[in-house]
Ligand binder design. Structure first.
Ligand code: CTP
Ligand code: MG
Length: 373
């Protein structure tokens, strides 16, 4: 099997988009554009090139993804610097992709990979131009024949050593994609079928289109959990350590909030419940931090091609007081799920002294999650 690395270029400023942040860090359906572009490539080895000063935006968009590469002034500089950083791994091929294309389908990526594996030195997804094309000519317009005109998309795939040397050799030329650099170096590039929906988000109107294309069917499910109070000086709730004059009894860290949410997420894809995935009889999960359970459920959703677009947790207890920790809980859940905090809600209520929560024997949590498939 040939080794294929992915290079995502995300070092632009997105000036034409008119957004406050560089466009690749803006949210689409509750997830940063850059993350969509990265997720499209699944588990392939991947590096991301970002602009100087974009480190915080990058860390927020792709928590724990590994160090970024710092790019340059022009797209081609960012690509070249990215390729130089990959050089020590010496992959056979590299797929170079714009972070501004969050809709690359498995099919388009597969077309590029298939061409490379069949022996092509380069492969580019192309779409025939369907609209009539006109060029402005002084006060009027001139129609440009559209026969044989194509639009080039990314990912563009190349034999790694060849494209690296082409970029080094032709760094002084001004180009808009890597096929042009390859052509300058005399590299033959094969064209494969692109995708109509593989759009490059450039202007404000592209955002609305991308939002539509990324939307799908949505499914909602709920989860519930309760734990008994025991001796201790803190409890874990929604991934946050909360000081308290009692602890919670449980096989793991007894985080009822995350357990309820994990069950809600699993429920959206009909994947059973937390006990099935992490049996209390299994010693591996003794004292385990519950974010691992939620992370596992979120991965199962991603494997099914879904994404969590909203979640809402209600904690039911007399004590501890949740208010002071609520925002930290939202931040933590958003971090675990890689979501926009605006789509994560944490609430709390007492039961006015009634029932087990009212008698302070324990606490409970319920959660609702919505997944778009
Ligand atoms: N890009 C890059 N380094 C640059 C310029 C662009 O890595 N110096 C990346 C962008 O982040 C984007 C891709 O190249 O993913 C395509 O560029 P484009 O769509 O032009 O994005 P921007 O340059 O950010 O947008 P604009 O031209 O409107 O400023
Ligand atoms: Mg640009």
């Amino acid at each position: 099997m040939s080794r294929i690395a992915v290079l995502i270029v995300a070092a632009g400023k997105g000036e034409r988009s008119g957004r406050a942040k560089p466009k690749q860090y803006e949210s689409l359906q509750g997830k940063p554009m850059l993350r969509w572009s990265v997720d499209a490539f699944g588990d392939r080895p991947m590096r991301v090139v970002i602009g100087p000063g974009q480190e915080d935006l990058y860390a927020a968009a792709l928590p724990g993804f590994g160090p970024p590469i710092i790019g340059g002034a022009r797209r081609q500089d960012s690509v070249r610097l990215g390729l130089e950083a990959l050089a020590k791994d010496a992959p056979d091929f590299v797929l170079i992709h714009d972070a501004a294309r969050p809709l690359a389908s498995p099919q388009v990526i597969g077309n590029v990979v298939a061409a490379l594996e069949a022996g092509a030195k380069g492969a580019v997804p192309m779409m025939a131009v369907a609209d009539t094309l006109r060029r402005r000519d002084g006060a009027g317009w001139v129609t440009v024949p559209r026969d044989n005109l194509y639009r080039a998309q990314t990912p563009q795939g190349f034999a790694f050593a060849d494209i690296l040397s082409a970029h080094r050799q032709h760094a002084a030329s001004d180009v808009t994609d890597d096929v042009e650099i390859a052509a300058l170096a005399g590299l033959k590039v094969e064209s494969v079928a692109g995708g109509e929906t593989n759009l490059k988000v450039t202007t404000e109107s592209d955002f609305a289109l991308a939002e539509k294309l990324l939307g799908g069917e949505s499914v909602t499910a709920m989860g519930y959990d309760a734990h008994r109070f025991s001796e201790g000086d803190h409890v874990w709730l929604c991934g946050v350590k909360v000081p308290h004059d009692q602890g919670l009894l449980g096989h793991s860290d007894a985080d009822a909030g995350l357990h309820a949410l994990t069950d809600a997420v699993l429920g959206c894809i009909g994947a059973g419940d937390i006990g099935q995935h992490f049996p209390p009889s299994d010693e591996r999960w003794r004292g385990a931090p519950s974010w691992k359970f939620l992370d596992h459920a979120a991965r199962l959703v991603a494997e099914k091609g879904g994404r969590i677009v909203h979640c809402d947790v209600t904690l039911i207890c007399e004590r501890p007081k949740i208010g002071p920790y609520r925002e930290a809980m939202r931040v933590r859940i958003a971090e675990i799920l890689g979501m926009d905090m605006a789509r994560v809600s944490v609430k709390a209520t007492t039961t006015e002294g009634m029932g087990f929560a009212g008698r302070r024997e324990g606490l409970a949590a319920q959660a609702v999650a919505t997944v778009r498939l």
